[in-house]
Design a protein around this ligand. Sequence first.
Ligand code: HPA
Length: 247
Amino acid sequence: MAAIDLAVIGGTGVYRLASLQDAEAIEGDTPFGKPSGPVRVGTIRGRRVAFLARHGEGHSLPPHRVNYRANLWQLRQLGATRVLAINTVGGITERFGPRVLALPDQLIDYTWGRASSIWDGEGGEVLHVDFGDPYTPSLRAEVLAAAARAGVAVVDGGCYGATQGPRLETKAEIARMRRDGCDLVGMTGMPEAGLARELGLDYACLTVVANWAAGCSGDAEITLAEVLAHVEAASAGLPGLFDALLG
Ligand code: HPA
């Protein structure tokens, strides 16, 4: 299996990589079941890139039903060693308004009931992987350098709070997350990051801020139309960033 230079997991509103050429759709199975959909393996600037839509290509899987284990297992099985995850989020603190791209460096996990370890079979290994820095520093540095070369603004750092969803949060929940130190809130950051660490994959999370989180901008209702419009606008910088990252 030829190595894959970069695997990209697309979140809400990011179902294709526009610059991926000659892509082949690979369906597959894993010990954990089927991934969210086909992995599209092609090239960007002559480098092999794999793309997987986390929620399925028609966005049919809610965050708590995504088979995170199967997705990462499949990417690794296809030869990926580094994963850049794209996650749509709400912004909590000032620097993280709608349309901002950010590369968080910390996370807090508020999810529950998700299969959160590769190693939970009877008689299997019990692993306590180091997770002090949940995102791989060297991959983060590469993405930040590529963004700077491409002239794409990306906020360096921030704390991602992973909630269970699929409903959005209450104002009180967001106020608590702010007190906890969260800058961003999303529903898919965990267990994905922890599983990637268990599997020995380099992993970084590129967040696309789609809205102010509940109560962070008055009483305005958060609508799907708003979320998708902001994601589309913020995603305009992604092809340039990927080009620079793989160039
Ligand atoms: N909360 C949780 N997840 C999200 C949000 C939000 O406000 N916006 C986009 N994904």
